[in-house]
Design a protein around this ligand. Sequence first.
Ligand code: AMP
Length: 113
Amino acid sequence: MSIFARIIEGSLPAEKVFEDEHCIVINDIHPQAPVHVLVIPKKAMTNLNDATLADQTLLGHLMLVVPKVAAQLGMADGYRVIINNGAAAGQTVFHLHLHVLGGRRYSEQHLGR
Ligand code: AMP
């Protein structure tokens, strides 16, 4: 069972900033920005490679939770949304999650800065 599955079931504590029927949003334990949260579906899937047409609504839902939480956390003016999809892309927890980073200016146009 992944770390995130344990957080979802409640056996591992986390700082939850939002929860609904389909997902939780928690503060990242090693923040890479002043605000760094993770949007995590309650349904366990390794990453996007695992998703099927049946997950279409869920994936859309996660994307719609992002601006809602961003506004709640005071970063409606801009933030980054990142998915590290697969080990080669830096994924370390193999339960799909969206990183939402903000609270500072990203002046560079390049990804990864
Ligand atoms: P990724 O490398 O894309 O798989 O991202 C995994 C993220 O989960 C990293 O940014 C970690 O800092 C974060 N993380 C790992 N364990 C925990 C935890 N127990 N609570 C909150 N965030 C965590």
